[in-house]
Ligand binder design. Structure first.
Ligand code: TXA
Ligand code: MG
Length: 346
């Protein structure tokens, strides 16, 4: 069932949706990062339906969403001071922490690991659904595994409508990129997946912070990795993609134009508003990532513009890269995976 709450939350329908969760059904709901596809995290059968709907590999664990800090210790153990500080500072918000799991969380949620990923969304509708359902909600991003994460309902409906009991539409999400995933190892926070909460912000709270090597590197099949999700194909449209980044913007424009010639114009460019005039493609083949000056706008647009570009069916999607600092770290992490590390930097 499709529910339109763009203007206002319907409390009757909210009750229906929460009853579906309690009965072991799966639903699509908004968070401040991306839409999630959620189920009662304590119900193995319900969680299994998420893996089937997404075609998600069974060894890729899910994030469990709770409605407030008091609920964290019902499902996980907070064992260090660093963990406590991170929770106090960044939750609720686009931040996920990996903690030692309690037995109540079924193995299917954590893919057999002894840890569980925990997040408190700041989105009030998400929190309302969790607290009214009365159970923690396991939820990955709402998309078929391997495809760009779901940030607007039109795309999500095409992929998943038949497979879920309810879809809640609240319009476009605020953030556009999935939460920052952090695990504290030997008292040091390690960023397993960068997001809108940046390394710089985490440093301010606890000092030293590390970024996992796999954030910008391709993983080999036999490697030991902290976050199983890192090893899979991710965020990818069907069209081949390439990211181009230069320190100097004029160089960046030059190399994009060079690629356009190589592909004899059969390209789509995901580019900055400011570069439109200088990049030689017709209007319908230029899709705005946003303004060069507004990194949050770029984050919000990424998945939507990738999906839009894919529909054109060109030989290649050429994507303007950004500097790898602040939110740019998360953007480049997603873009490099999107293009399967076909990346030009100068
Ligand atoms: O913003 C978000 O985080 C969205 C919304 C819906 O909350 N959710 C999301 O979930 O992006 P998903 O499943 O697409 O990504 C979860 C990531 C995966 O990379 C997974 O491998 C990692 O978190 N993860 C989950 N549990 C873990 C664990 N116990 N240890 C290490 N990594 C874990
Ligand atoms: Mg995902």
């Amino acid at each position: 069932m499709y529910y339109n709450w763009k203007d206002k939350t319907n409390t009757e329908e909210l009750k229906i949706v929460c009853d579906l969760i309690k009965k072991g059904e799966i639903i699509i709901f908004p968070t401040e990062t991306v839409y999630g596809i959620g189920a009662n995290a304590l119900d193995e059968g319900a969680v299994g339906k998420i893996f089937v709907a997404k075609g998600r590999p069974i060894d890729n664990p899910l994030i469990v969403h709770v409605s407030d800090k008091k609920k964290i210790e019902e499902i996980a153990e907070i064992t260090t001071d660093v963990e406590k500080k991170l929770i106090d500072r960044f939750m609720p918000g686009p931040f996920t922490i990996i903690l030692k799991k309690k037995k109540i969380i079924p193995d299917i949620v954590s893919a057999g690991l002894d840890t569980v990923a925990v997040r408190i969304p700041s989105n009030v509708i998400a929190r309302g659904i969790i607290s009214l359902s009365g159970v923690p909600i396991a939820a990955p991003s709402a998309n078929i595994s391997g495809r760009p994460s779901g940030t607007n309902i039109e795309d999500i409906r095409k992929e998943l409508e038949e497979k879920v009991a309810a879809i809640i539409d609240t319009g476009e999400v605020d953030g556009g990129l999935e939460s920052t995933v952090v695990k504290v190892i030997d008292e040091v926070p390690v960023i397993l997946r960068p997001g809108l909460v940046t390394l710089e912000e985490i440093e301010k709270v606890v000092g030293k912070v590390k970024i996992d090597d796999k954030v910008f590197e391709k993983t080999e099949n036999n490697q030991k990795i902290e976050s199983p999700g890192m090893k899979y194909k991710h965020y990818s449209p069907e069209t081949k993609c390439k990211v181009i980044y230069c320190n100097n913007k004029l160089d960046q424009i030059f190399y994009i134009n060079r690629e356009i010639r190589i592909y004899e114009g059969d390209v789509v460019v995901l580019g900055f508003k400011e570069h439109r005039e200088k990049i030689s493609v017709p209007e319908e083949r230029y899709i705005y990532l946003g303004s060069d000056e507004d990194i949050e706008e770029i984050a919000r647009n990424i998945y939507k513009s990738l999906r839009q570009a894919d529909k054109i069916g060109a030989k290649i999607i050429l994507i303007e890269g950004v500097k790898k600092s602040g939110v740019g770290v998360a953007i480049m992490n997603r873009l490099l995976k999107t293009c399967n590390y076909d990346y030009f930097e100068r």
